[in-house]
Design a protein around this ligand. Structure first.
Ligand SMILES: C[S@@+](CC[C@H](N)C(=O)[O-])C[C@H]1O[C@@H](n2cnc3c(N)ncnc32)[C@H](O)[C@@H]1O
Length: 197
């Protein structure tokens, strides 16, 4: 697709078959995300950076659209043959959807990966219905010993197309959204689930 101008999709194309090995470590926190999403009334849910679709089968009720820039990741997701899920190759920073189309938007381990988070949030805000909810699951650099790990890893993480140093206030301070909940997860609260409206 010509509108995709990132290089990370080439990286994710290459690692698409290995990604399940990484995903194993993300799974425990994803359970908290899926639980919160499944408690909501049925709606139109968009997952941006859906990856290999490993957790898509866990969603109940909702009509799911998953987008990703990596053909390789989408191929693995498609092979899972999950019912009632629409998978499309699309850039989260340039969504080809109408405004106010989705009730819920999920960003699972994607905000540290996109080129331009500001642009991603502009697009999320545009396609989200008024009073819709955004679920952000990610690692966030905590104010404990783990911050040294993130800072040490910062240079190397760029080579792996993600940002190791990321603070939750970079997201929660955005005025466009209201923070509904901030759920610490994982060892030393390294992961967080942010729920925004
Ligand atoms: C770390 S993986 C997370 C996959 C999945 N969401 C999960 O939680 O396991 C990040 C995914 O975001 C995708 N991605 C990166 N930039 C993107 C963008 N601008 N728009 C859509 N997807 C993007 C990558 O191709 C990759 O599949």
């Amino acid at each position: 697709m010509s509108s995709i101008n990132t290089h990370s999709h080439l990286f994710y194309d290459k690692i698409s078959r290995l990604y399940p090995l990484i995903e194993v470590f993300l799974r425990p926190q994803k359970r908290a995300l899926i639980h919160r999403v499944n408690c909501l009334l049925a709606g139109n849910l968009l997952e941006i950076g859906v990856g290999d679709g490993a957790h898509l089968h866990l969603y109940r009720n909702h009509h799911i659209t998953g987008i990703d820039t990596s053909e390789g990741m989408l191929k693995v997701a498609t092979e899972r043959k999950i019912k009632n899920v629409l998978l499309i190759r699309m850039d989260g920073e340039a969504l080809l959807f109408q405004q106010e189309q989705f009730d819920y938007i999920v960003l699972s381990h994607v905000i540290a990966v996109v080129n331009n988070p500001e642009q991603l949030f502009n697009e999320v805000f545009r396609v989200l219905k008024p009073n819709g909810r955004v679920f952000i699951l990610n690692h966030f650099t905590p104010n404990n010993w783990l911050k040294y790990v993130d800072h040490t890893f910062a240079f190397f993480s760029k080579k792996l197309h993600f940002k190791s140093v990321l603070h939750s206030h970079e997201i929660t301070s955005r005025k466009k959204f209201k923070l509904l909940d901030e759920v610490p997860l994982g060892l030393a609260s390294y992961f967080k689930l942010l729920i925004l409206q």
